[in-house]
Design a protein around this ligand. Structure first.
Ligand code: PEP
Length: 257
């Protein structure tokens, strides 16, 4: 059985007091919701604060990106080892907001996956098609291309060290979420592709949906058999709404083994 996972992507938002209020509200609001897992991905300067508040709690934290290099003359970059030192268990890689601005190619996302996993982080590997690609019926082609770029670099067995997140670009920050049926059909397709390559990896892989996931659509999305949770941007800026999403995941989820 795959446990549900809800990941907050706080993007470039927050202040030290605001983060504290959010985390305290989240700890309180999920106290009795132990049937799923929760992760908060902060901008790098706030990871030390996350570590101070969340150490010893069931909530994990992570970065929103990292360098594909382990160390070196890369001004302004953050290495996987630095994230590990700050207690991160997760890191988002290949988010469309980074792919679309030319920072990340399919290939460099594969490299990031590899160095993140080597450092002991769980990469949350994002993939998804643009609106234009969606309208041209290219969703399957694009997501498989993005997935293969990572599999080619790390191998199918090592893919199991990460989490996949299907995030159609047209749904991110637009208020237009994919319907539960559409999200389910893509996640089912992706899982089927993985199962063909390695049944154990495919069956056990946690695959999230992301894109305008809100309190009002969370329960329906989480009721789909292949949707193992969500990656949540905008709605993670509102503590009450994010807590509601976590509660929906817990209601649809399973106790830890
Ligand atoms: C995201 O940025 O990963 C995301 C899913 O954003 P939103 O929930 O705001 O669509």
């Amino acid at each position: 059985m795959r446990r549900k996972l809800v990941v907050a992507n706080r993007k470039m938002h927050g202040t030290i007091p605001d983060n504290r209020a959010f985390l305290e509200g989240l700890l309180e609001g999920t106290r009795d919701c132990r049937n799923s897992d929760y992760v908060v991905c902060f901008p790098h300067p706030y990871l030390y604060q996350a570590q101070s508040i969340l150490t010893g709690t069931p909530i994990a934290w992570g970065g929103q990106n990292m360098s594909r290099h382990e160390a070196g003359p890369y001004t302004g970059s953050v290495s996987p080892g630095m994230l590990v030192e700050l207690g991160c268990a997760y890191v988002i890689i290949g988010h469309s907001e980074r792919r679309s601005r030319g920072h990340d190619s399919d290939n460099s996302v594969g490299e990031r996956f590899q160095v993140a996993a080597k450092a002991g982080l769980k990469p949350i590997f994002c993939m998804g098609e643009t609106l234009e690609e969606y309208e041209q019926g290219l969703t399957d082609l694009v997501t498989i291309r993005q997935l293969n770029a990572v599999i080619q670099q790390v191998g199918i067995k090592n893919l199991a060290q990460g989490i996949l997140a299907y995030e159609p670009v047209w749904a991110i920050g637009t208020g237009k979420a994919a319907s539960p049926e559409h999200a389910q059909s893509i996640l089912h397709f992706l899982r089927g592709y993985l199962i063909l390559k390695d049944p154990e990896v495919g069956e056990n892989m946690r695959i999230l949906y992301g894109g305008s996931l809100k309190a009002h659509n969370a329960a329906e999305l989480f009721s789909m058999p292949d949707i193992d949770g969500g990656l949540v941007g905008g709605a993670s800026l509102d503590t009450e709404e994010f807590v509601e999403i976590c509660r929906a995941a817990s209601s649809a989820g399973f106790p830890a083994a």
